[in-house]
Design a protein around this ligand. Sequence first.
Ligand code: MG
Length: 299
Amino acid sequence: MDKSKFPKKVSIFEVGPRDGLQPEPEFIPTEKKIELINRLTDAGCQRIEITSFVHPKWVPQMADAKQVAAGIRYKEGVTYSALIPNMKGLELAIESGLKEVVTIISASESHNKKNLNMSREDSLKQIEQINKVAKENGIKVRSYIATVFGCPIEGYVDPKVVLDIALALESFGSYEVSLGDTTGMANPISAYEIPKMIKEKLTKAEVAVHYHKFNGLEFANNLASLQAGITIFDGAAGGLGGCPYAPGAKGNCQTEILVEMFHRMGIETGIDLEKIIEAGKYAQSLSTLLFQCDGRSEH
Ligand code: MG
């Protein structure tokens, strides 16, 4: 392994307060969500996805999005973003004063329909409109592509489809595209090849990777993506999360272990390891789903 080819610093995008807490079946009090976000800020996280402006009928756990956005401590230099499924979500994010929103589309048509209740084509039209209005309001747009490395419904996903979506997102103005392994189906070869291919084709947008747990394989996948030239990694403190619409989806890649891996390799993250470990423990203390997600009974 040629260390000189690795970057001196990588960027961690913390998704715990949103992607981590979203599927929790028991409502977590708003003040605890705020406490988690403040701890992540104190740990040195520079990019935190704090909530989702989604209809509470779809995701009851995120019903307090407005209160969370109003209640957290904002630190200068830290980007606080929210996932938005549609224009209404964008309006609410603007009202809440956020400077960054995150959109989502699935590379798999079946998953997109199940997760977002519309076709990929309609999702793209919507994200184009979101980008237009966000730009007028001085808001940056980050975009997820889900099921990049495989779909729980369709199985194989053609990387060319992922590329076409990534190019469309870039053309709309999304500044970063995060490639999601929604149900932990990636392996170190696909985690090397797909992000590398996408990064080579995009001319403006950055490429991030978003791996989900599969008994530790997620760290091998992150390492493979690092070797492919990726420098932006999504993680959730405590390893919480999972997709309620993707059967078998386990938690997100655990931020504190990702941070430890990079630090041991001599790669900076800007995050304090001890503090992120504590924030991760706090996140885990809020979860009732974690141990169900961690169970190995499904494979
Ligand atoms: Mg996730």
